[in-house]
Structures are given as C-alpha cells and as structure tokens.
Design a protein around this ligand. Structure first.
Ligand SMILES: Cc1ncc(COP(=O)(O)O)c(C=O)c1O
Length: 460
C-alpha cells in the first residue's frame, strides 16, 4: 500500500483555491480551446502544470526577502548567494541570471558557433532552443532503457557513454565546444543520473578536451536518488554527494526555480576565471550587473537560503516520497503510470488509458482535458500535440512513440489529501475511458504549437 511520509514542516500561510462545478469547467475548457495552457490559473483546482517556480518558500526565505540588499553593485545578498553556491557546489565564479534560460543564453552566446554540436543525455526544450538559436545542433544520448515506460532501471537518466564517445569520434572534437548532462533528466521523465555515469561522462568529455557543464536544476533530487540507489553512497550527506558530482564538471547552469526553492532566479557557476570574465561582460549586456544579473537583492537572498533548504535530507526524503506516493496510489487505483516515478513528476501512460483514440486525435490531450473537466486538475500533454512533426519532404505527420500526461508536483504546496483527490479523479477518468473522445486542431503555430494551439472535440 502506498505510504505518505509526514511533512517536515507545518503550514503558516495559506492561499485559497476555488472549487468549481463540472459544468463551469466544461465552459472554461471550451473557452480555452481545450488547451489547458489557455486557462486562467484561478480556474484550476490542483495545478500540476509544472514544478518550476511554483513551490512554497519557507518562513526563513520570506524573512530573507525582507532583508534583501537592493544595492545596484556589490549587494550583501549577492555575497550570501555566492557563498551558498561556492559552499554547496564548489564553483568559484558565480553569475546570477533571471532564470535558467538566461544562463543558457549567456553561456551559449559565448561558446556555441553556427554548425557546432552540443551533446547531452536529453536536452530540455529551452537548452535545445538556445543552442538552435545560435545555429548549433543539440543532440541526445540517453540510454535505451529511458524510452521504455515499463523498464524500472534505477538511473534511467544515464548517458549512453559508449554512444557518446562514438558520436564524439564521428563528429570531431573541433565541432563540439561543450558537452552537457542534465540532472535529473527532465525531458526523460525526471529520471536520475548515477554518480558513476556522471564520472564516466566527464571522463569521456575531458579525454577529448571538451568542457563539461551540468544542467543542474534538480541536482538535489538527483543526489538523493544516488544516496538511495547507488552502492557506496548510503552514508554520505547530500552536500557531500553534490560536491563530488560538481567536482567532475567545469561549470553548471541552474534554474533555481526547482531545487533552490524560489519562484524566480537562476545562475551560471564556473571554475574558469577567464570564461567568467567573458560571462560577466555578456551578463552586463543581457541580464544586469554581474552582482545581480536580472534579479532583485531579495531574490538572491531567497535563493541563498533555498539552496540550503533544497539539500536538507528530511526535505528531500519527503519530496521524493511525495512523488512516489502519487505514483504508487495511481497504480493501486489501476491507472497506468510510467515506471519508476522520477523526482518531480508522475507520468500517466495515455496510450493505455485512451488507446482507442488515434495519435492524430491527441489521446494524451484527451486525458488532460478529462482530468480538468472532471476534477479541475491541470497536467500537461507530452504526446502528439507536443512532439508530432511533419516529414520535411513528404509532409506526412510523424507521431511520437509515447503518449504521456505529466503531473508535475510543486514543492511543499499540496497535501496528501490533494494527492488522494488527484488519484480519485484519475481513476474516474480511467474507469470511464471508453467515453473519452479525440480532438482536432483548429489553430496552431509553426513552432511550439502545444502552448497556444486551439482544439475542438471530435463528435460521435
Ligand atoms: C532541465 C531544465 N533545464 C533548463 C530549464 C529552464 O529553466 P527556466 O524555466 O528557469 O528558464 C528547465 C525548466 O524547466 C529544466 O527543467
């Protein structure tokens, strides 16, 4: 039976959320063109669209907000933040940015030239987009197990190191300005990467003289999985594991909206002073003076405190168990879920729920719409609406192998009763799945259509 570990915190401040009727939600859904991105957040009861920037800050972080030093240059809050990054990650040079993609933009503008290739286990959309925007080519080399929703591999985010090395040899080191790995692997289901795999990846990159950068948004969740699942790590503190991982890299990019437990913020942390000098100049052009980088002093203060809260073992045990509780409860209720659950989200297998709807009629979107209509729950479609693309020559649609609904879990926001409610509604959708109908698209953009598309139900 699924077990929930009690929260290592209590609630001091609450925010009301509205519970509407199914008829109201049907009307909101129609107004939104059956795309949950087009809803007003106020019309959502349980919002599982993303774990990014949606977490609850602690009393200590809010106190830090009041103490933020808003000086333009050399603010006290910057030094608190810099000390935290140096202490936890061991990088000497720290550049704050407004969020993760700001760090990507700055780093790639300096390092990536047109035609160059940047390998990763799996690039997140924004790293992919920022590399493409520089004329670069992002490539993915995650292990094959990652593509099988039933495979219970403990480190499904691992790089296929042999494939990476073969790729480097084929591409030529002169065409690879940097190499990356993403922990945990968000686009691959929030799956962790083992310390051994990161070590081997670093070894390959460095043997070929390629600088190695970690996309570190969920480094603390990743370190917790290492402690739980990898031999030799059970007695190490999370901070120790994090230090060991970052010691393998030349730098990291981080969206602090995840494991630093803030609503906005990010940074770039580097070992090389010469690169930092170039970053600082680029930062001044694009984000802000190097000691605030597009953030307010209060944001830096909250980030400094959040970085420590994010590596607290009691918090991480609760966090990972919270996600696992949702996944296990869904399985017990007969709802098919991708295995094993990752750190920040649970993925419903919509091919099994709505197998009677063809890919061209967006089965995972049908499940998303039903979760909202029946219970006010907002997840996100990761299926043919997001990933289908047309063959460049024939124009034929190519559909993805997986049709998933991601339920991403904001940090420290929802209680066990909220998760039980999500399970109840998902079970209801599953039990009445024969009634789910497909959709057709009535409006779409050329790129990233899933954000703004409008749909209509297919009748009959
Ligand atoms: C792995 C990964 N990299 C980069 C980003 C981009 O960060 P941000 O949304 O703060 O720009 C995200 C955000 O979800 C992410 O999950």
């Amino acid at each position: 039976m699924a077990t929930f570990s009690p929260e290592p915190f209590r609630i001091k401040s609450i925010e009301p959320i509205a519970q509407s009727s199914a008829a109201d939600r049907e009307a909101r859904l129609a107004e939104a063109g059956y795309n949950l991105f087009n809803l007003r957040a106020e019309d959502v009861y349980i919002d599982l669209l993303t774990d990014s920037g949606t977490g609850a800050m602690s009393a200590n972080q809010w106190a830090g907000i009041m103490l933020g030093d808003e000086s333009y240059a050399g603010a006290r809050s910057f030094f608190h933040f810099q000390d935290a990054v140096r202490d936890i990650m061991g990088f000497e040079w720290v550049a704050p940015t407004h969020q993760g993609r700001g760090a990507e933009n700055v780093l790639f503008s300096l390092m990536v030239k047109s035609g160059q290739v940047i390998p990763n286990n799996t690039h997140f959309d924004t790293t992919m987009g920022n590399i493409l925007a520089r004329g670069g080519n992002p490539t993915n080399h995650v292990i094959a197990e990652a593509h099988d929703p039933t495979n219970a591999h403990p480190f499904k985010g691992n790089m296929d190191v042999a494939a990476l090395e073969a790729f480097i040899q084929k591409t030529g080191v002169e065409n690879i300005p940097l190499g990356m790995t993403t922990i945990t692997n968000n686009s691959g289901g929030g799956q962790p990467v083992s310390a051994e795999n990161i070590r081997q990846t670093a070894e390959v990159y460095h043997r070929y003289g390629i600088p190695f950068f970690i996309d570190a948004c969920r480094f603390a969740e990743n370190a917790y999985f290492i402690k739980q699942r990898e031999a030799g790590y059970q007695d190490k503190a999370i901070r120790e594991i994090a230090r060991e991982i970052f010691a393998l890299a030349d730098g990291c990019l981080m969206s602090a909206k995840k494991d630093a437990l803030v609503n906005i913020g990010g940074f770039l942390a580097l070992r090389d002073e010469a690169l930092y000098r170039r970053v600082a100049q680029e930062l001044t052009l694009r984000e802000g003076f190097p000691t605030y980088g597009g953030l307010a002093g209060r944001d830096l203060e909250a980030m400094a405190r959040g970085l420590y809260e994010g590596i607290a073992e009691s918090y991480l045990a609760y966090r990972i168990n919270h996600t696992r509780y949702l996944a296990d409860s869904l399985v017990e209720a007969g709802v098919p879920v991708m295995q094993p659950p990752g750190g920040h989200a649970v993925y419903l297998d919509a091919k099994q729920i709505a197998g009677h709807i063809p890919a061209a009629q967006f089965p995972a979107q049908a499940v998303c719409a039903a979760l909202y209509q029946q219970g006010g729950i907002r997840g996100v479609e990761l299926g043919s609406m997001m990933f289908a693309h047309q063959h460049p020559e024939t124009g034929a649609w190519i559909y993805p192998d997986l049709e998933l609904v991601r339920l991403a879990i904001p940090r420290r926001v929802y209680t066990q009763a909220h998760l039980d409610y999500v399970v109840k509604i998902a079970k209801q959708v599953m039990d009445n799945r024969a009634q789910l109908r497909g959709y057709r698209m009535t409006y779409q953009t050329k790129f990233l259509r899933h954000f703004t598309a409008r749909l209509a139900p297919i009748e009959g």
